[in-house]
Design a protein around this ligand. Structure first.
Ligand SMILES: Cc1cc2nc3c(=O)[nH]c(=O)nc-3n(C[C@H](O)[C@H](O)[C@H](O)COP(=O)(O)O)c2cc1C
Length: 324
């Protein structure tokens, strides 16, 4: 009987884990094998001090990596039991996975796992076609399956009101030189294993845009290349706002992103209204929801694109030294 995961199992699953999204593609995670358990740790050296002072973004990204790990292990027939923040003495240790009873993967696990390498942030304008009701329902189910809620902002006036909150948060951030310096520092004009490649950065924002764009050095837009007039905006939220809630939100976000990818949808993330506390509170009040908004997603039918680079798996693994 297996007592724990092996280094080979971790190495194989880690390839999927590191495909998770992260703020400015900082990839702020480490994966450790300890006593047969796979552990997901925050990497504090990769936190963005100005953009992410509380570590919220690190925990969302690590939660997303954790979800990918869960799907990879399940797809391999070795599903995990997960404990979040198992050791209060080690706050960077966000999750510990130990083997559950081996079984065949469910069809949902198989399709979510298959979507991992196809997912990427699509910052280009989407087609105006609406997302059908049954697909919207699937997205809500993805959030609920991970103990979160998803509020879809529907209709011109609701989207316009949300856009005002998001753009005012964007303006607050753009006035902060430390925030701007971090964005510039993680923008990649040459091939690199982390950071946001200019080609993935999307077009520059323009005054008529309903939603703000983060401005990763993209090109000016040709006339008429506007964003979709009525974007589908989803706000993902949790009941509380502890470190554990944020790891839960990261898992729900990734389930939602993979569900969307599986349904042929594109998604981009916009977290300015989450990063500015007053905007986050305004957003919470505008939704009338109990709990805390953790991430905002723009969802629609996009043009094809390709995934962004990652560091090699060896850089994030921490394996026990094998005695000769
Ligand atoms: C917590 C968090 C916040 C993010 N906020 C934004 C954002 O405001 N604007 C944006 O364009 N992308 C945002 N992203 C997307 C990341 O930039 C993206 O995941 C990263 O560059 C890797 O690219 P990929 O998603 O294509 O794999 C965010 C991602 C995370 C996890």
């Amino acid at each position: 009987m297996d007592v724990g995961y092996t280094a080979d199992q971790l190495r194989a699953a880690a390839v999927d884990a590191v495909r998770a999204p992260s703020l400015h593609n900082t990839q702020p995670w480490r994966l450790r094998l300890r006593d047969g358990g796979i552990e997901v740790l925050a990497d504090p050296a990769r936190r963005l001090p100005a953009t992410d002072p509380s570590g919220w973004g690190v925990r969302i990204a690590c939660g997303a990596a954790l979800f990918n790990l869960r799907m990879a292990l399940a797809a391999a027939g070795t599903p995990a039991q997960v404990r979040l923040r198992p050791d209060p003495a080690e706050p960077d240790l966000l999750a510990r996975l130990v083997p559950d009873v081996p079984r065949r993967p469910t069809p949902a696990e198989q399709s979510l796992h298959a979507a991992i390498p196809r997912r990427f942030s699509n910052r280009l304008p989407f087609w105006p076609d609406p997302v059908p009701a049954d697909v919207r329902w699937r997205l809500g189910e993805a959030a609920r399956a991970e103990q979160c809620w998803l509020e879809l902002v529907i209709g011109v006036s609701a989207v316009t009101a949300f856009g005002e909150i998001a753009r005012s948060a964007h303006r607050v951030l753009e006035r902060d030189p430390a925030y701007l310096a971090e964005r510039e520092a993680w923008l990649r004009r040459e091939p690199a294993p982390d950071g946001v490649p200019v080609r993935a950065g999307g077009p520059q924002g323009e005054p008529q845009d309903v939603l703000p764009t983060r401005g990763f050095g993209g090109r000016d837009r040709a006339p008429g290349r506007d964003f979709e007039p009525e974007p589908l905006v989803g706000v993902l939220g949790t009941a509380g706002n502890t470190a554990v809630d944020q790891v839960i939100a990261g898992q729900a976000m990734q389930r939602l992103l993979l569900t969307a990818t599986d349904a042929g949808l594109s998604v981009s993330m916009l977290s300015q209204p989450i990063e500015v506390p007053t905007a986050r509170e305004q957003l919470r009040l505008s939704l009338g929801r109990i709990g805390t908004p953790q991430m905002v997603l723009r969802i629609g039918y996009g043009q094809p694109g390709r995934p962004t680079p990652r560091r090699s798996v060896d850089e994030v693994l921490d394996l026990p030294v094998v005695q000769a």
